[in-house]
Design a protein around this ligand. Sequence first.
Ligand code: GTP
Ligand code: MG
Length: 191
Amino acid sequence: MFINRKLGELNLKVVYYGPALSGKTTNLEYIHDNIDPRLRTELVSLKTQEDRTLFFDFLQLELGQVKGLKPKFNLYTVPGQVIYAASRRLVLEGADGVVFVADSQADRLRDNIDLLGNLVIYLSKKGQALSDYPMVLQCNKQDLPNAMPPEELRNRLRQDSVPCLGSVATEGEGVFDTLKMIINLVVGQVR
Ligand SMILES: Nc1nc2c(ncn2[C@@H]2O[C@H](COP(=O)(O)OP(=O)(O)OP(=O)(O)O)[C@@H](O)[C@H]2O)c(=O)[nH]1
Ligand SMILES: [Mg+2]
């Protein structure tokens, strides 16, 4: 969180975290393409030639008012590929909330568990716990035949107290619901 009193701005950071190809970038692309352009910046994507996130994606939204301040929501994605661990750690710095974008396909369960474990380790190195952060679990790719139901996936990830929902990011299903959930949680912490 960063408050610029001169400009009356409240900057909040939300990080979309999760394993490779789970749909993190697709979430930001859908938000970018479907929100009033006056409320957002352009989407900045640092990606490989194969369209995989190399460092991060970034999109800023300016929505409503919180305690007389203009909140700016800075949305970032991390690269999910295992080799980009250092980038994930950097992007996570200063986060006010996390959207964990899981790939619901049964054969990706291990990757979801690994990336979540990663996240817990980074935070513990900073003396923090996952439970210190507002988090939403988005169970993406619910359109695929081998997708686990959201409740079951949450259970397998041992995140019983985290709000979760299913999504199909390519269709936009659940994308704005996820955004609203994390914004409410993050703003709730500011209050
Ligand atoms: N069937 C299906 N495909 C999806 C869904 N969401 C994303 N995809 C596809 O999955 C692929 C990866 O999506 P990305 O958004 O690039 O994934 P990512 O999590 O940003 O991947 P990294 O940047 O490598 O970490 C793309 O081909 C998307 O079109 C979904 O809900 N259903
Ligand atoms: Mg990506």
